[in-house]
Design a protein around this ligand. Structure first.
Ligand SMILES: O=C(O)C1=C[C@@H](OP(=O)(O)O)[C@@H](O)[C@H](O)C1
Ligand SMILES: C=C(OP(=O)(O)O)C(=O)O
Length: 433
């Protein structure tokens, strides 16, 4: 795909429903007793994989655009007749494994080439501690889960900061006898906790010596409930970045999820000097939501010492936004440094490597590190042949970079955007000047 540089972005848009929340809404509704109506469900291929897997587990799922009606089975799914295909979606595989661990049958989860390379020991270990039996290809999919009921409740500190691991254990905890507890040193997105509470499942949370304890008591049955899903802040990030980098832009992104564990990109960009305002902030279905008004700026200059370093807890909060932020970093006075983000290496692509390769192709001065990168700035990017490496977030981050380049760029593998944001290029065209 050819991407031509643009002068500015103007207008209003909505991004699709949040992918993380949509996965959880569908899975938890499938476990509830009765019918739930999900509105503004994500249009992503990843969430379609979740719906297909739930259908294969005997759940009635009706979809009309972004409205999904799920007839929950009250906790008892049925054995699938073939392997469950999770496509490209890590969230589908890791969260479903937690649900399958407490069923009375065995099922196999498969994924595409990228998902089959991603680490699964992080969920195999806690699920086996809970009493399920799992087999894998040396810690990779295909993953067979032999369910056990009831499971044993565990008190578990995940070795990596991962909302998927936390959610997997909490969902298994719904079928475990007693109190399942997760200990988080680095806080991760809390959509599972909020969604379970929305469905009436008490999830306790408290801090103890800098560690967050998250607990639920099982086994637990609960009833269906309708839910409306906010726009995906991770998808909105590409528009926030592009509008910030194109002076003269003014864009309003409506109804975006602003959950504190997800929305750090706003505060971070503001600290770099971006002009972003939150409007009409409110809470819907246990999640904060609001509109984002973003205006382009002439230059990005950190407002405080160290504001252009992403590390520690911030790196975990911004994990899906880092490729786009690395692109923004090329325009920041003093550049941008990303540390403590080794998890990027086990996403849909090795996102440190694929970000560095594309930045270099565009003439940026960038140093690759085991757990991140350092990009020099401010610099103007050159047109280049860019590669998505089959990774949706890399495709969108470098589509944004190409908009700001000195000439037209070529992006291969642009179709991968459908994994999280199928409307991306159409929306970009609609607001580009
Ligand atoms: O729980 C979730 O919905 C997600 C958690 C994160 O992964 P990890 O749990 O592996 O950090 C994130 O990168 C992914 O896009 C979605
Ligand atoms: C890492 C991602 O998703 P998942 O882990 O669900 O494949 C992502 O969407 O960037």
């Amino acid at each position: 795909m050819k991407i031509i540089p643009r002068k500015s972005l103007q207008g209003r848009l909505r991004v699709p429903g949040d992918k993380s929340i949509s996965h959880r809404a569908a899975m938890i509704a499938a476990l509830a007793r009765g019918r739930s109506l999900l509105s503004n469900f994500s249009t992503s291929a990843d969430c379609a994989s979740t719906l297909d897997c739930l259908r294969a587990l005997g759940v009635s799922v009706e979809r009309d655009g972004t409205t999904v009606v799920i007839e929950g089975r009250g906790g008892d799914l049925s054995a699938p007749s073939s392997a469950l295909d999770c496509g490209n979606s890590g969230t589908t595989m890791r969260l479903l494994a937690g649900i399958l661990a407490g069923q009375t049958f065995s099922a196999t989860l498969t994924g595409d080439e990228s998902l089959s390379r991603r680490p699964m020991r992080r969920i195999i270990e806690p699920l086996e501690l809970m009493g399920a039996k799992l087999s894998s290809q040396e810690g990779h999919a295909p993953l067979t889960v032999n369910g056990q009921r009831p499971l044993r409740a565990i008190d578990y500190e995940p070795p990596v900061a991962s909302a998927q691991v936390k959610s997997c254990v909490l969902l298994a905890g719904l079928q475990a006898a007693g109190c399942t507890r997760i200990r988080e040193r680095v806080h991760t997105r809390d959509h599972t906790e909020r969604m379970l509470r929305w469905f009436g499942v008490p999830v306790e949370e408290r801090e103890e010596g800098g560690v967050r304890l998250i607990a639920l008591h099982g086994p637990k049955r609960f009833s269906a409930r309708d839910i409306s899903i906010p726009g995906d802040i991770s998808s909105a990030t590409f528009f926030l970045a592009a509008a910030t980098l194109l002076p003269g832009s003014e864009l309003v992104i409506e109804e975006v999820g602003l959950n504190r564990t997800r929305a750090s990109v706003i505060g971070f960009l503001q600290k770099l000097g971006a002009d972003i305002q939150i409007e009409r902030a409110r809470v819907e279905c246990n999640e904060e939501i609001g509109d984002l008004r973003v205006r382009g700026v002439e230059r990005l200059k950190p407002t405080a010492n160290g504001a252009n370093i992403i590390s520690g807890a911030l790196a975990a909060e911004l994990i899906d936004e880092l490729p786009a932020l690395a692109v923004v970093g090329t325009r920041v006075a003093g550049g941008l440094e990303i540390r403590d983000a080794a998890e990027l290496r086990v996403k849909e692509s090795d996102r440190i490597r694929t970000t560095v390769e594309n930045l270099r192709a565009m003439g940026a001065e960038v140093e690759e590190r085991p757990d991140g990168l350092r990009v020099a700035g401010p610099a103007r990017l050159r047109a280049a042949h860019l590669e998505s490496y089959g990774d949706h977030r890399i495709a969108m981050a470098f589509a944004v970079a190409a908009l700001t380049a000195d000439d037209a760029s070529e992006l291969s593998g642009a179709a991968s955007v459908a994994v999280s944001f199928p409307e991306f290029f159409d929306l970009l065209e609609a607001v580009s000047e």
